[in-house]
Design a protein around this ligand. Structure first.
Ligand code: GLN
Length: 487
């Protein structure tokens, strides 16, 4: 039995049947970690000793009666989520050495369900980026090609899942940071509806856009993890009471007769022929399964990126104000007065991309420019939301590629931020409108995985999980990442 390929449900069944122990599972994942981590660098912090100890305590007797499929499984947590007593850096030098004083709700729910935290996954600094190259510590490498990026900002999470260092990881998605790295690394990434999963304990990037969600090996695993982390939280007033569904049942729901819309504005013709083929293949699979695929008109899709890159930095500039060197983390050595102390601390410990966004955000909010940029972006946001709502009157979900290309080379886009921002072109709309999105691998382009994306109606994660499951089943197994087959 190849332990690291087992699904959450299979692991659970084997544990209950007494065919596996928690130590066997932790050992198998640890083995992969030891063989791959120095090449891919998926974690900022790990504590295997701690979970090996916990694994030993979880004797067969103790887990026999557990009904939680997460019981005893090693997981990764993106380092933007607070974990009590454990260093939490958000990928930033300014928080190096900072130990969180409480645990994020989503993470606590995983712990309550019995998951074991391997450590904290690397990410772009404060989740700002699309390649994990903006991490204040080190870049993470794509497991299918070490010279390429894993995507970002949850690049460490996606890489750790793809190389089977952990069963799954939890990431955050503000403009695509769960779905884009999932696409680049050949795994499943689910961004839930805004308000579905608590953001309490998520180090905020842009509060009206942020969501927390799973990165997993399979659609079924994503459904299990989602079930574990959803729900109202009195610490996050944007979470709703709306009844979560049994997502693990929903994935097997028949998709026959469903109707999905492909926005004509995605401009498929501008994408490489390989990307077009992948996308067309997925459409054929869906049609084979009885899904009706129609073209829809989302005239303002093209404006989503511009809206995102005004609203996001505005919120970033406000959220980042608290990192002043006094309350958290690192502090400048010497300064003459308070203002120069702030400036020295932030100047020294924040990276270039974070500074760029603080400046952009401060600019679009400054008096004289606010109406022209921020207020205008909010108005266009509303127009986009209305257009999306109208389009959903006619279809059950939208279907589009997750990204315009597979993983790019490390260093390829670092000199040109706009080029980097363009890789978010198909993902940001979900955050702007607050709807759920899932990326599922559709296959390989050469030696690199590629993902396609479903966007659903508010709180209708069930439908997009069922649709993604069709792609996964039709596709079959992806080849292993090179780094694993070379071991
Ligand atoms: N890549 C996008 C950005 O740079 C998305 C980030 C995110 O979702 N956290 O802003």
């Amino acid at each position: 039995m190849d332990i690291v390929e087992l699904s959450l449900k299979q692991l659970h069944n084997e544990l209950k049947a007494g065919n596996l122990t928690v130590s066997d599972i932790v050992g198998a994942y640890k083995n992969n970690f030891d063989k791959t981590e120095n090449k891919i660098k998926a974690f900022i912090h790990t504590d295997w000793d701690e979970i090996e100890k916990k694994a030993q305590e979880l004797t067969p007797d103790k887990i026999k009666n557990s009904n939680s499929v997460l019981q005893g499984v090693p997981v990764g947590i993106k380092d933007v989520l607070m974990t009590h007593g454990v260093q939490t850096t958000a990928g930033s030098k300014i928080l190096e050495g900072y130990k969180a004083t409480y645990t994020a709700t989503a993470v606590q729910k995983l712990f309550d369900a019995g998951a074991l935290m391997v450590g904290k996954n690397n990410c772009d600094e404060f989740a700002m980026g699309g390649s994990t190259e903006n991490s204040g510590f080190f870049p993470t490498h794509n497991p299918y090609d070490l010279s390429r990026v894993p995507g970002g900002s949850s690049g460490g999470s996606a890489t750790a899942v793809a190389t089977r260092q952990v069963v799954f990881s939890i990431g955050s998605d503000t403009g695509g940071s769960i779905r884009q790295p999932a696409s680049f690394c050949g795994v499943v990434g689910l961004k839930p509806t805004y308000g579905r999963v608590s953001r309490f304990g998520l180090i905020a990037m842009a509060s009206s856009l942020d969501s927390v969600g799973p990165i997993t090996k399979s659609v079924e695993d994503a459904a299990y993890v989602l079930e574990a982390i959803v729900g109202h939280d009195s610490y996050d007033s944007t979470t709703t009471d709306s009844k979560p569904e049994k997502y693990t049942d929903a994935i097997d729901r028949s998709v026959k007769g469903m109707k999905i819309g492909v926005p004509k504005q995605i401009d498929l013709a501008s994408l490489s022929s390989e990307v077009q083929e992948q996308f067309q293949q997925s459409i054929d699979w869906l049609k084979d399964s009885g899904v009706e695929v129609v073209e829809i008109d989302l005239q303002h899709l093209k404006d989503a990126l511009a809206v995102y890159y005004v609203i996001m930095p505005a919120e970033v500039s406000s959220n980042m104000a608290k990192f002043d060197g006094i309350r958290f983390g690192q502090t400048a050595d010497k300064a003459d007065d308070l203002l120069s102390f702030y400036m020295k601390t932030r100047g020294e410990y924040l990276g270039a991309e974070v500074k760029r966004r603080i400046m952009m955000g401060t600019y679009v909010l400054s008096s004289g420019y606010m109406d022209e940029y921020y207020v205008k972006a909010q108005k266009v946001r509303r127009i986009i939301a209305n257009e999306v709502k109208q389009a959903f009157g006619d279809v059950d979900a939208f279907f589009l590629p997750t990204t315009p290309t597979p993983a790019f080379e490390i260093g390829e886009k670092t000199m040109n931020p706009i080029d980097m921002y363009l890789s978010d072109i198909y993902t940001v709309i979900a955050n702007i409108v607050g709807i759920p999105g899932i990326s599922v691998p559709s296959g390989m382009i050469g030696e690199l995985p590629f993902g396609v994306q479903f966007l659903g109606k508010h709180f209708d994660e069930a439908t997009i999980l069922a649709l993604a499951n069709v792609i996964e089943k039709k596709r079959g197994n992806l080849p292993q990442p090179k780094i694993l087959s070379n071991l």
